[in-house]
Design a binder for this molecule. Structure first.
Ligand code: SF4
Length: 317
C-alpha cells in the first residue's frame, strides 16, 4: 500500500538531505506566508501569517500511527509539503506524537523561517530534532522580489526571531540559502547573509538552486561558478548533496499511477526522479506516464535538468 491511502502524508521519498523521508503536510496547498519566485509547488493561493489548525491535528496523528503500523519506520518524518508548516498550531503536538510512536526516527521541519518572531511558534517547534530554515534575503527590497512575503513580514525581524529561537533550541539547526542569480548573489547581499548566518551559528549552511520548474519562468538555476562563489562567501556553505538510494523502496505496479500523481501533486518530477523515488522499472513508468499524458491528467515541460512532468491543472489541494 502506498501513502495514496493517506490524506496528510506523502512519500516516503528519498530526500537529497534526509535519507528516506515521510512527508507530513499540515496546511492545504498552497497556504504560505511567502510566495517565492522559485517555489516548486507553484504560486501561493493563500498568503497568510494566521496560525490555526488548518487540518485536524488528531486526523494527522491517526494517519501517522496507521502508517507506522503498516510500514517500516522511515529515516525521517518531515514537516514540509506545499506551504508553511509553522502556520499550523498543532505542529508541536504532532511532533511529540511522532517521537513517541517512532523513537528512532528524526523529526524534521523544513520552514521558511518567517514566523519565529512569534513566541508560540518558537515554543511549538522545540520538540523537533532538526530545523532547516530558509533565509534568502536580508535586504527588504530583495526579500520582496524573491520571497513576495505577506505584507506584515520583514527580513530583519525574521532574523531576530530565528536568533531568539536559536538561543533556546537544543536540536540541530541548518540554514538554507536559495540563490536566485542576478538578484541575491551580489557581494553586498551575500555579506549581509553571511553576517546573519554567523549570528545564527547553524550546524550546516546549505546553498540551494533551482532544479525543477519554479513558480516564475524567469528564475534560472545558478551555474557551478556562482554556486562556488556563494558557498565560499557564506563559509561552511555546501551545495545540497544527492541521496544515497541504496534504501529505495519497491512498489507494485498497481500503485504506480497513484504514486506518480501523488509525487507531482506537490512538485514536478523527471523520469529519473520517479525511478529514484519509486524504485519502479523504467518501462513501467514510461507506460504509465504515457497513459496519464493521453488522459490529459499530466503535462510535460522541458527544463535544464530534463523533461518534467506535472499535473495538468497545477498542484492538487
Ligand atoms: S518555497 Fe516554501 S516558503 Fe516559498 S512559497 Fe513555496 S512553500 Fe512557501
Amino acid at each position: 500500500m502506498t501513502t495514496q491511502a493517506y490524506r496528510y502524508l506523502f512519500g516516503p521519498v528519498p530526500s537529497r538531505r534526509l535519507g528516506l523521508s515521510l512527508g507530513v503536510d499540515l496546511v492545504p496547498s498552497k497556504t504560505c506566508s511567502l510566495d517565492c519566485v522559485y517555489c516548486e509547488s507553484g504560486t501561493t493561493t493563500h498568503l497568510t501569517v494566521k496560525r490555526r489548525e488548518w487540518v485536524p491535528t488528531e486526523a494527522v496523528k491517526e494517519e501517522i500511527s496507521r502508517y507506522l503500523l503498516e510500514h517500516d519506520a522511515p529515516d525521517a518524518v518531515t514537516f514540509s509539503g506545499a506551504g508553511e508548516p509553522t502556520l499550523h498550531t498543532g505542529i508541536g503536538d504532532v511532533a511529540r506524537h511522532i517521537k513517541k510512536e517512532a523513537p528512532g526516527t528524526r523529526v524534521v521541519l523544513l520552514t521558511n523561517g518567517t514566523l519565529f518572531h512569534m513566541e508560540a511558534v518558537r515554543r511549538d517547534v522545540l520538540p523537533v530534532d532538526l530545523v532547516v530554515a530558509s533565509y534568502d534575503a536580508f535586504d527588504s527590497d530583495l526579500f520582496k522580489v524573491i520571497n513576495r512575503p505577506h505584507s506584515s513580514l520583514n527580513p530583519q525581524v525574521m532574523a531576530e526571531g530565528l536568533l531568539t529561537f536559536r538561543e533556546m533550541y537544543g536540536g540541530e539547526f541548518w540554514l538554507e540559502f536559495f540563490v536566485v542569480p542576478g538578484v541575491n548573489d551580489q557581494e553586498k547581499e551575500l555579506a549581509n547573509i553571511a553576517r546573519v548566518a554567523k549570528e545564527l551559528r547553524p550546524h550546516r549552511i546549505q546553498v540551494n538552486t533551482l532544479d525543477r520548474p519554479g513558480a516564475e519562468a524567469w528564475v534560472k538555476p545558478a551555474d557551478a561558478e556562482i554556486l562556488k562563489r556563494v558557498a565560499g562567501t557564506l563559509e561552511a556553505g555546501e551545495v545540497i548533496s544527492s541521496y544515497d538510494d541504496s534504501r529505495k523502496r519497491l512498489m507494485v505496479s498497481d500503485d504506480v499511477e497513484a504514486a506518480i500523481l501523488g509525487m507531482i501533486g506537490r512538485r514536478p518530477a523527471t523520469l529519473a526522479d520517479f525511478v529514484s523515488s519509486l524504485g519502479v522499472n523504467v518501462d513501467v513508468l514510461e507506460e504509465v506516464l504515457d497513459q496519464l499524458l493521453k488522459k490529459g491528467c499530466i503535462v510535460e515541460e522541458c527544463q535544464g535538468r530534463g523533461r518534467f512532468y506535472k499535473l495538468s491543472n497545477g498542484p492538487k489541494d
